[in-house]
Design a protein around this ligand. Structure first.
Ligand SMILES: Cc1cc2nc3c(=O)[nH]c(=O)nc-3n(C[C@H](O)[C@H](O)[C@H](O)COP(=O)(O)OP(=O)(O)OC[C@H]3O[C@@H](n4cnc5c(N)ncnc54)[C@H](O)[C@@H]3O)c2cc1C
Length: 794
């Protein structure tokens, strides 16, 4: 199996998925799920034996015990397909828990006795671990084994009515909890079915009154064995949840395309698109975390438990969200017994609380993160080969020897989106960029001829980690390095590239992106700055606005209108311009957070030669799209969410009730943020890996900024809420955590607008990823000069 970075299922695993999907299409129609829902079948017995014949039940059981001898990744593939069809079978109890525990701690005799029957589909096993008081509260294990006989009562035993064997958690003498095998078809075992929200996966209460048992696993080691088994099972279950969520989303999208209201498909309404896009985002985050957890399964002693907790929590959140909104998209139809959405809704809730419930996993995740495990650093460190470790060591040594350490405190104190370095800020940023460039640490992914290093995406990640807070000194160059330069690489002449790109890499030249105008932001193609042909050059007149770094820029990438009489996307042309040329006037704008990161730029008869045109005349929209696609990745790589700050802050915070990280509400919020932050990181690593293989960042990457922007705002709000009345204070001296959260709060709205607003990004996801019909367009097919335009005055 390859590592997480660039994790891909193998061809064989894809084949397994395809053949299983074909099989399940016939063998598990929703009518079968309903048979179990309505109690006409206890479970899909025929489906279970079909799966056994395909080798799926025993996929991870060794061949010597009648299994297929595959591994946990194959179980994940199988689980996802089972989840997709809501298979009413004992997969959780038998495949993910029972067989895995027997494999892990059973002796040879137990394995030989139990595993072949499981693999053949002739036996069902389960885990009986939960005990409850009469009020439904979980209580410590009271079941006990005396003279080899089991006494006690277990609750919520998954598939307890149809299981043949159970592994039961009980005490024997003074020892800690141990595990015992029990044949459920014997006197001394009484089972009662429980009524639950998802009858398609039954549960039972089981009473043991002198049932014969045999110990399994080391005596007194029960809870450690169960914890490890639950972590594994949590990863498998997360794939079932993802499969279920994906299928629910497919059904919601199909319905949104086919159902008409007000004369159009409901999927063309933005309110519906936003529902669908948000469902897709939840699912993408869950999938990224689940893939990460697969990789961690190989190393159960390491970060696996935290990765599993994160995967299960994210998948629970995603399936719950998608299933609920699938009903919403279906309207009244969704609430009918005979339509399918409620089947997903029931399964989502039931799986979400399986394996100990959400609160257990939240605690595990946050304790893990606070102990330093499962954090972002581990993503790469665990992955590195020898050359990459060497690369890291040399990057670390170089940063140690060359970084402007005297600025470290000021950088770390600066709020997100603003560097408080005083009057020498520009010089400090340029100096660091130049130093990196001279030593080969700038623009790592670029070819060396342009001032880069030809580094791999993995090396870029390693560098980013080693550069640490000093990376913020390069923010000023992001527009140039992340967006303008890649566009120049695609559209400029060889001479221009040779001249301009190394200067961008070294920080000698700052670039800005001259796209938005007062009347053209989201609707960028509505821009009005004019480019008129004049001999062998062009004359530019008009105004740009919100130009990040405009006041520092040496060059700008400009989109202007060269033809007003064709449809709006067709009349645009791209240029690069000298920001110091006569005819360019830059006025910094004061932002709502009292910083001044962007500017207005006016053009008064600016003259530029035709050699500064990028792409053909009228091809400006294509150039803009290229820049924007790079923007998606450039933004994504650098997107802060504030989560690490929040974790540090909460770790040190004492509330009236005690430590903040012991507070249930705080743990729960932290866990949700953690799942999103790690999901973003894992998603971004997947994107980078595809980018490394030559895939341009597509519309799917909109997810990164969409999630990060809102997260930053929510995290700031939550931290301020924890500060209570003092949360309104600003200023580094009086304010908790140096005022970082207040700074974040006042900057976060910008993240949700710049580079495409949240709404536009959701439209993109809904239309270009989920295939929803486009919006109604009042300006469609009209020449630009005939489009009515009105905007509030600014
Ligand atoms: C900090 C910051 C830095 C920026 N830097 C740059 C830069 O360097 N270069 C540059 O060119 N621009 C830059 N911008 C501008 C940015 O790209 C635009 O602000 C953004 O595209 C939104 O355009 P607008 O402000 O005109 O809002 P509008 O397009 O007027 O949108 C207003 C509201 O209407 C919603 N809306 C608009 N159209 C639709 C639709 N079709 N469907 C649903 N909702 C819609 C939007 O989501 C928003 O909520 C920056 C902006 C910010 C805040």
């Amino acid at each position: 199996m390859s590592g997480f970075f660039g994790f891909e299922f193998s061809e064989e695993q894809d084949l397994l998925r395809e053949s299983l999907r074909r099989f399940l299409a016939d063998a598990c129609p929703s009518s079968l799920v309903r048979e179990t829902l309505e109690g006409r079948q206890a479970f899909g017995a025929a489906l279970w034996s079909g799966l056994a014949q395909m080798g799926c039940i025993g996929a991870a059981i060794p061949e010597q015990y009648g299994g297929s001898g595959l591994g946990p990744v194959e179980i994940c593939v199988i689980a996802e397909e089972l989840g997709r069809v809501l298979a009413p079978i004992p997969s959780l109890s038998t495949i993910y828990l029972f067989a895995e525990i027997v494999k892990a701690v059973g002796n040879d005799e137990q394995k030989a006795l139990l595993l072949p029957d499981i693999a053949r589909g002739q036996a069902i096993g389960t885990l009986a671990a939960i005990e409850m008081d009469p009020k439904g509260r979980k209580v410590p294990t009271a079941s006990e084994v005396r003279a080899g006989k089991l006494y006690g009562r277990k609750h919520l035993v998954p598939d307890g009515m149809i299981a043949d064997h159970a592994i039961v958690v009980a005490r024997e003498g003074e020892r800690d909890e141990s595990l015992f095998l029990v044949d459920l078809h014997q006197d001394g075992v009484v089972r009662r079915p429980l009524s639950t929200i998802d009858p398609t996966r039954g549960h039972a209460r089981i009473e043991f009154d002198g049932a014969a048992t045999s110990p399994i696993g080391a005596a007194g080691n029960g809870s450690a064995i169960i914890s490890e088994a639950m972590a594994r099972a949590a990863v498998f279950v997360s794939f079932e949840q993802i499969g279920g969520a994906e299928q629910a989303l497919v059904s919601a999208c199909d319905y949104a395309r086919q159902r008409f209201a007000f004369g159009r498909p409901i999927g063309s309404f933005q309110a519906v698109k936003i529902l669908l896009a948000d469902m897709h985002v939840s699912l993408a985050i869950a999938r990224a975390n689940a893939l990460r957890a697969i990789w961690a399964l190989a190393d159960m002693a390491g970060e696996a438990e935290w990765a599993a907790a994160r995967a299960h929590l994210s998948a629970s959140a995603a399936f719950g969200h998608v299933a609920a909104d699938t009903i919403q998209v279906h309207g009244g139809t969704g609430f009918m017994w005979d339509s399918d959405p409620h089947l997903f809704y029931r399964r989502a809730e039931a799986l979400g609380q399986s394996l100990g419930g959400t609160r257990r996993w939240e605690r595990i995740l946050i304790e893990g993160r606070r102990s330093g495990a499962g954090g972002s650093e581990a993503v790469s460190v665990n992955e590195e080969n020898a050359a990459e470790s060497e690369f890291r060591a040399s990057a670390r040594a170089w940063v140690a020897a060359n970084a402007p350490w005297h600025l470290r405190e000021a950088i770390e104190r600066s709020p997100v989106g603003a560097l408080d370095l005083g009057p020498d800020a520009l010089a400090a940023q340029k100096a660091w960029q130049q130093r990196k460039h001279d030593a080969g640490w700038a623009c790592l992914g670029w070819p060396t001829t342009y001032g880069g290093r030809g580094a791999t995406p993995m090396e870029r990640i390693i560098w980013h980690q080693e550069e640490g807070c000093f990376a913020r000194l390069s923010n000023l160059f992001h527009n140039g390095q992340g967006m303008c330069a890649p566009t120049l690489m695609d559209f400029a002449s060889d001479e221009q590239k040779a001249e301009l790109l190394p200067r961008i890499s070294s920080g000698q030249d700052v670039w800005c992106q001259l796209f938005s105008e007062p009347a053209a932001g989201s609707d960028l193609a509505g821009l009005r700055t004019r480019a008129d042909r004049d001999g062998d050059g062009w004359v530019i007149n008009g105004q740009k606005i919100w130009t990040s770094g405009g006041q520092y820029a040496d060059w700008g990438l400009l989109i202007a209108r060269s033809d007003f009489d064709v449809a709006k996307h067709k009349g645009l042309t791209a240029f690069f311009i000298d920001m110091r040329a006569p005819g360019v006037e830059v006025r910094p704008i004061r932002q709502m957070n009292d910083h001044s990161g962007f500017a207005e730029v006016f053009f008064h008869d600016l003259r530029i030669p035709d050699t500064q045109r990028l792409g053909g005349i009228g091809d400006g929209w294509n150039v803009a799209l290229t820049t924007l696609s790079h923007e998606r990745l450039a933004i994504g790589l650098e997107m802060p969410t504030g989560f690490d700050d929040l974790l540090d802050y909460c770790g040190a915070l004492e509330l009236e009730t005690g430590s903040a990280v012991a507070d249930r509400h705080v743990i729960s919020r932290l866990a949700r943020f953690e799942c999103q932050a790690a999901g973003l990181e894992n998603f971004m690593l997947g994107s980078l890996s595809r980018f490394a293989k030559g895939e341009l960042p597509g519309p799917e990457n909109s997810i990164i900024k969409l999630v990060a922007g809102k997260m930053m705002q929510d995290i700031a709000g939550f931290a301020i809420e924890l500060q209570g009345e003092a949360g309104i204070l600003t200023g580094t001296d009086e304010c908790a955590f140096g005022g970082r959260f207040q700074g974040m709060l006042l900057r976060a709205p910008a993240t949700r607008i710049e580079g495409g607003s949240d709404q536009i990004l959701r439209n993109i996801l809904a239309e270009h990823v989920l295939g929803m019909p486009p919006d109604m367009r009042a300006d469609k097919n009209l020449p630009f000069s005939a489009i009515p335009a009105q905007s509030p005055s600014r």
